[in-house]
Ligand binder design. Sequence first.
Ligand code: CO
Length: 468
Amino acid sequence: MAEIEKKPVKIVETVLRDAHQSLLATRMTTEQMLPIVDKMDRVGYHAVECWGGATFDACLRFLKEDPWDRLRKLRAGFKNTKLQMLFRGQNILGYNHYADDVVEYFVQKSIANGIDIIRIFDCLNDLRNLQTSVKAAKKEKGHAQIALCYTLGDAYTLDYWKEIAKRIEDMGADSICIKDMAGLLTPYRAEELVRALKESTQLPIDLHTHYTSGVASMTYLKAVEAGCDIIDTAMSPLALGTSQPATEVMVETFRGTKYDTGYDQNLLAEIADYFRPIREKALETGLLNPKVLGVNIKTLQYQVPGGMLSNLVSQLKEAGAEDKYYQVLEEVPRVRKDFGEPPLVTPSSQIVGTQAVLNVLSGERYKMVTKESKKILMGEFGQTVKPFNPEVQKKVIGDEKPITCRPADLIAPELPKFEKACAQWKQQDEDVLSYALFPKVAEEFFKYREAQQTKVDGTMAKDKSYPV
Ligand code: CO
């Protein structure tokens, strides 16, 4: 019998980033992560996604942890596995555009502290917003992966994806990711998309999806058969629902085929045993809401990410207008169209969602507008794939002249200003970056850190170090 040609599928494990961001409100602590790092390091994962996204904000804001310290500890523990982070292009890990000097410095420090692969995306898929971070990652000898936010709409044809993939390759990216944050990509569409991308680019293709609509593991299967090189999965206790398909399930699916990962299922079982009590506890305390674990077919119907649905619910609850939920859901695609049909992902999902809520609650569309809605229509987030609705744009920005250049071209260097503002708190170079992204939250964290240190006469640092 002829040897079958082997093409093991590569796996990015997301349990330390996206999985707990999606299911546990990003509340997994470094202390919860470290004891299992050694075993995870033996699996042979292509990479472990463990930093960036919302984890940075959550560390400082809710966990009172230094995110840089977390990264260094993970780096020390993962001796053989590449570490991956999620990076929002010119927004870094925040929600606004930053100057190039801040973006470059953040990339430099991320790699210096242990990141190997930076997955970079822009909420409008405006590649100009990724130039600086891709260049910086290459300069620091990191792997620059560009992620395309997957979405549906008139503009998003196979030709659109093929053309943009080609441009990504020309930009010097090392790989390309289809980032399906809402779980909209169905199995046969995935097959078609991966085939098309493979025709237009030589770059390795990574598919990232969420289980929200229940089709994700089938989507991975069809994508891998079509030539997808890398898939993102989460260990079973924190998989499914709004998280990723389960690692063990995908490993088993491909066993004995040319895509066999060769991972040790016993080792994976031990890792799952470690995370299971974390899941159980989260269910008990209510941190993990069983609602997000089921299949939510509404995401396919309304084409909005699961996280955005729950945000809308809480915004309406606060306004005492929960009965307007379906009206708002119908308003979301209208606002999205007015705003040039962007993908719905942080921060565009919040901007579109909030505006849809205002449009419904105020009883007149665009009678009330947020600062961010105005910014989008001023071109300050970048270029959308379709033009804005001219009437809406006129109503919101009046006679102001929208910009058409790369937004960061208009932002003067910002680092010196941030250095000065946080000088009194600074204990490490990286502090200025925490401060640049989240000034108030970082300042509170710095105060907390100082208080902890004085409380224990400077022995705190020793107490807090882990044997990794
Ligand atoms: Co995700």
